[in-house]
Design a protein around this ligand. Structure first.
Ligand code: GLN
Length: 305
């Protein structure tokens, strides 16, 4: 397995050259474009890794998987999906157009920015620091890593430049989707995106989902089966934004990307996978990471279809 992963990383590193590191959040622009790494955690507890798996990165939109779980745990699925839809989009992750033209009362899904900002507004707590503390605590638990924290530089960088997300959030406040203080909700959202980890951390989230909500390393259940099932389904249909169909055909398992270059994948009943490659394609997904997952899926016959 180790040799297979090393070969796949080296064969697919070439695809990082065609991508671009995200720079609309200035701090992310400092990432090393050629990096590519992978970590696998199987449900039997084996761990395999190759390439630049030790590099730290901010999980960005991968955090949307975690906040969706918490929002459902806090509110129940009926209420969450009354506020946020579950339909895929053919537009970019930060698109504003559907909010007005489709349904101003309901962003399309929790994996795009509008839907994720609405989702985090539903999480219990004081709406700001204490709400974020709950997200951080849950992240530490689901990764099995008590040292998980935010990258302060990335948080400040996004907070200063996040005007597109402010536009989405204020629009949703005007239509009643967001009921709390908008700046508080955005602060929590910017912090969740700045949570920092490695391929191992996101692979472990994938392993918990692949294991239907039970931590494979301790046997403890942290989310009910129905929550794991909803989250995996929405990852498969919406997790790679307007490339979700492409990813479903080529990779065939639930995946969620972030503009930091990470991709979390869950192969049901088998393993969690964490991939990192900060050079992104035009849709904001890791270009080397997508190819690496595609080949891994073929090699290990991971597709659920
Ligand atoms: N923090 C990023 C943003 O809101 C997350 C987007 C992403 O990872 N696709 O723009």
């Amino acid at each position: 397995m180790k040799r297979l992963l090393e070969g796949l990383v080296e064969n697919n590193r070439v695809y990082t050259a065609g991508g671009k590191v995200a720079s609309y959040i200035p701090e992310l622009g400092k990432a090393n474009k050629d990096s590519l790494g992978i970590w696998i955690t199987t449900l039997q507890g084996e761990e395999y890794f190759a390439g630049d798996f030790e590099e730290r990165f901010t999980i960005q939109s991968i955090s949307k998987v975690i906040t969706l779980m918490l929002a459902i745990l806090d509110n129940g699925k009926e209420y969450v999906f009354k506020k946020v839809g579950m339909e895929a989009t053919a537009d970019a992750f930060n698109s504003i157009i559907n909010l007005e033209t489709k349904n101003p009362q309901r962003p399309l899904n929790p994996m795009i920015n509008s839907g994720a900002i609405a989702t985090v507004s539903l999480i219990a707590g004081d709406g700001r620091d204490n709400t974020f503390e709950r997200i951080l605590k849950f992240t530490r638990k689901i990764t099995g890593n008590p040292d998980i924290n935010i990258n302060e530089d990335v948080y400040h960088s996004e907070s200063i430049t996040g005007d597109r997300n402010r536009a989405l959030a204020y629009f949703m406040k005007s239509t009643g989707v967001i009921e709390n203080d908008v700046e508080d909700v955005l602060d929590v959202y910017f912090k969740q995106c700045s949570i920092e980890g490695t391929c191992k951390d996101i692979a472990r989230v994938g392993a918990v989902l692949a294991n239907n909500g039970v931590l494979p390393w301790s046997g403890e259940r942290i989310i009910p089966v129905y929550v794991a099932r909803i989250v995996k389904t929405i990852m498969l249909t919406c997790g790679m934004y307007d490339a979700s169909g492409d990813a479903a055909v080529k990779i065939g398992i639930p995946c969620k990307s972030g503009v930091g270059g990470g991709i979390l994948a869950a192969a049901p009943g088998r393993m969690g996978i964490g991939v990192f490659g900060p050079a992104l394609d035009q849709k904001g997904n890791s270009s080397g990471g997508m190819r690496l997952l595609e080949e891994l899926s073929k090699e290990l016959d991971l597709s659920i279809f």
